[in-house]
Design a protein around this ligand. Structure first.
Ligand SMILES: Cc1ncc(COP(=O)(O)O)c(C=O)c1O
Length: 457
């Protein structure tokens, strides 16, 4: 029997429910990632299907997915082009060793990405996630300078509120405090300030003020000397840190400073890649070309884990020209599942959808309506800022006096009961629906948020 909130209690499930009767001990067997395990296991929210913009919950409801899963299923869930390609492939080639061997789909997908990414980013190294892409790009940058005979260029710079996944490099270069606190400093890293400025509250799209913050990179150069700095890694738009849109001119200035001091610029486009900003990449929207671009998420529309690091010709050539016999790996790095056939099949099918269905244009077309409706929430109790770019937005909330992260959680929890999946962070709610969303669904999101946000303490 359903509870008043629509949730089924754990002990009272229909017989065909796949998780009926799971005891607390059984639930505890799965140590869930980035989750409040204790709360979840008191009150599980299980998803058993996904189609289009909706998740299907185990208690038989359709939940509107306001974050494309985790920003990764942006072309809509359940795309049959992808599932067909993956099922065809698994029957033919379940696995191919990626070290000193290859399979054709890996080369096909690399060429596809070479065509899609900005000119000059031409060489694709495959990983299995955005976190692995981050650490791969950082290792690539340090190895590049060694190969260039400048082994002292090792220092890495990130940005406060940045997110580059959870591996050793990404944790260190990332700038979300709670993600780092338990681990201490894993790799030495410096950080620029976040570009979240009070002057820009309630900006629509790219804020006008704040490009001067890029000059902090000059300050770090003055402090450490450019001869010690290998690379700067930033997201063109910080996503997990709360949709922080770079001020006009900021990324251009970072590019200029990197050029002036021989610092590699890495754009982590794991979240912005393939249309989220309304342009294919952050690099294309802001017209700034990085030396390395990291991709994941929409690369397979979230269907199979995959990441990629796309490097400039100069970087690739530097590795290829380093001398030594041709059979010796130029970059001693890679994963058992790099360029896995199923991921490549999913990636090729997802790229077909991206191009044929003109996904970036579709995101750009819906973005003004999404912006207008979301900013209509301004003035509601607890809301201190609303930010957006393309089909990404964050709603900043005044922290709860006694328990800072409580409000976003409470709101997301109540939204789930109302049929909306909403991602929450310590002080904000994040929205990034599939690009296939319709206007009425955007209205529905805003109506539910307008009810729920003021209703929490
Ligand atoms: C910009 C960015 N980099 C890296 C990652 C980590 O990706 P993954 O969770 O696939 O390791 C994410 C995930 O949200 C991301 O948004």
């Amino acid at each position: 029997m359903a509870t008043p909130s629509g949730q089924l209690p754990l002990t009272d499930h229909p017989a065909d429910d796949p998780w009926a009767g799971l005891s607390r001990e059984q639930l505890d067997a799965f140590w869930m990632p980035f989750s409040g395990n204790r709360q979840f296991k008191e009150d599980p929210r299980l998803i058993v299907g996904a189609r289009g913009c909706y998740l299907h919950s185990a208690d038989g409801r359709q939940i509107l997915d306001t974050l494309s899963g985790l920003w990764c299923s942006s072309f809509g869930h359940g795309r049959e082009e992808i599932s067909d390609a993956v099922s065809r492939t698994i029957r033919e080639l379940d696995y191919a060793p990626p070290f000193q061997c290859g399979h054709p789909m890996a080369f096909a997908l690399a060429n596809r990405l070479r065509e899609l990414t900005p000119a000059g980013l031409d060489h694709v190294f495959f990983t299995n996630s955005g976190s692995e892409a981050a650490d791969t790009s950082l290792k690539m940058a340090r190895a590049y300078w060694r190969l260039k005979g400048r082994a002292e260029k090792t220092r890495l710079i990130g940005r406060a509120r940045g997110y580059h996944g959870v591996n050793v490099g990404g944790t260190s270069l990332g700038g979300i405090g709670p993600n780092r606190r338990q681990f201490g400093s894993l790799v030495e890293a410096d950080h620029l300030s976040a570009t979240l400025l009070p002057e820009n509250r309630f900006s629509r799209g790219v804020p006008e003020y704040g490009a001067h913050l890029a000059e902090q990179l000059e300050e770090l150069v003055a402090l450490h000397d450019a001869s010690t700095i290998a690379a700067l890694i930033v997201e063109p738009m910080s996503g997990s840190g709360g949709v922080i849109v770079p001020p006009r001119g900021y990324l251009q200035r970072l590019r200029e400073i990197c050029d002036r001091h021989d610092i590699l610029l890495i754009f982590d486009e794991v979240l912005t890649g393939f249309g989220r900003t309304g342009s294919p990449f952050g690099a294309t929207l802001f017209d700034v070309r990085p030396d390395i671009m990291n991709l994941a998420k929409n690369l397979t529309n979230g269907a199979v884990p995959m990441g990629a690091v796309v490097a400039s010709a100069d970087i690739y050539r530097t590795f290829m020209n380093h001398g030594g016999p041709g059979y010796v790996p130029e970059f001693p790095h890679g994963y058992t599942y790099s360029a896995h056939p199923l991921a490549c099949a999913a990636g090729l099918a997802a790229m077909d959808i991206f191009e044929k269905d003109r996904m970036a244009e579709r995101a750009a077309a819906m973005a003004p309506y999404f912006e207008q409706q979301l900013h209509g929430l301004r003035g509601l109790r607890h809301i201190t800022d609303i930010r957006n770019l393309g089909m990404a937005a964050a709603i900043q909330l005044e922290p709860h006096p006694g328990e800072a992260p409580r409000r976003p959680w409470e709101i997301a929890r109540r939204c789930w009961d109302r049929g909306l999946y909403v991602r929450f962070a310590a002080d904000n709610l994040q929205l990034g629906p599939p690009f296939t969303i319709e206007r009425e669904e955007v209205d529905h999101i805003c109506n539910v948020l307008a009810d729920v946000i003021p209703s929490v303490d």
